[in-house]
Design a protein around this ligand. Structure first.
Ligand SMILES: Nc1ncnc2c1ncn2[C@@H]1O[C@H](COP(=O)(O)OP(=O)(O)OP(=O)(O)O)[C@@H](O)[C@H]1O
Ligand SMILES: [Mg+2]
Length: 254
């Protein structure tokens, strides 16, 4: 099972990119599981699954901890997975880590560690072709061990100095962590030269970077609650995202 994560500054397009990538892969017959580790929990909604349709890991934190203490992940993994995920019409299984439940509840470390255990569980016991992890904005997720054995860090960046700086940081942390490869998606690009310019600022070879143009169809699909692939199949951004998919697939050896 291949494992990829998307990282980058807030609002750069991580969730949009991963949703589209997952759908394209699933519709080509790949078995896809996605994990949303962002406490803002946008990913399920991007697939058209309403909030509340999936029990999150943080909601059931104590029951899950008890279950794991008593039986371990090898015995309870399937049940935790079944109780905390849904499968979309395209066959994509979505697992949501969830938000902090109450003010003052503390950090999300235990929920992240459950996600890590579930990832290990599905890798050993299920037949998914790929696990795709959406993360919260910024480098924090790479300070944790979650993505240590991942195949590719998909860094999203807008073509600006501020966004590139965050991307430079996440690339360094991903390298430290031992993630095998990094590709850069320069999203909301305005000109062709934005890609090489941003790649240089992030410190990545231009052949590992791909551009996705700013496209109002992406915003329209978002507003309409539609999937870009279905609502705007001929959009420029979708064409660009297909190129991004190709680069990511090369990176993971498909
Ligand atoms: N290529 C694009 N052209 C125009 N708008 C885009 C493009 N890509 C994404 N957007 C818009 O940018 C906004 C942020 O996108 P998205 O939610 O995917 O970012 P994110 O990195 O996941 O954000 P967060 O850090 O909050 O999780 C959305 O409104 C989306 O519609
Ligand atoms: Mg997001």
């Amino acid at each position: 099972m291949k494992k990829i994560i998307a990282t980058g500054k807030g609002g750069v397009g991580k969730t949009t990119t991963l949703t589209t990538l997952s759908l394209l892969m699933a519709r080509e017959g790949k078995k896809v599981i996605v994990f949303d580790t962002d406490p803002s929990m946008n990913l399920a909604l991007s697939f058209g699954v309403p909030y509340g349709n999936i029990s999150t890991i943080t909601e059931d934190k104590s029951e899950i901890s008890e279950e794991l203490e008593e039986h371990g992940i090898s015995e309870s993994g399937e049940e935790i997975l079944q109780d905390h995920s849904v499968v979309t019409e395209d066959g994509i299984r979505i697992v949501i880590m969830g938000a902090i439940q109450h003010g003052g509840d503390g950090c999300l470390c235990s929920a992240i560690s459950v996600i890590k255990m579930l990832l290990d569980y599905v890798e050993k016991n299920c037949d998914y072709d790929i696990a795709i992890v959406d993360s919260q904005a910024g480098p924090e997720i790479l300070g944790r061990g979650l993505a240590a054995s991942f195949d590719c860090n998909v860094v999203l960046s807008e073509p600006t100095a501020k966004s590139s700086e965050v991307s430079r940081q996440v690339k360094k942390l991903a390298d430290d962590l031992g993630i095998k490869d990094t590709v850069l998606v320069v999203n909301k690009a305005d000109t062709e030269s934005d890609v090489s310019f941003t790649a240089q600022m992030v410190g990545i070879e231009p052949y590992k970077a791909v551009g996705v143009f700013y496209d109002r169809d992406v915003v329209k699909a978002d507003k309409e609650g539609e999937l870009l692939v279905d609502a705007y199949p001929d959009s420029v951004a979708l064409g660009n995202l297909k190129c991004a998919k190709k680069l990511i697939e090369e990176s993971i050896g498909w």
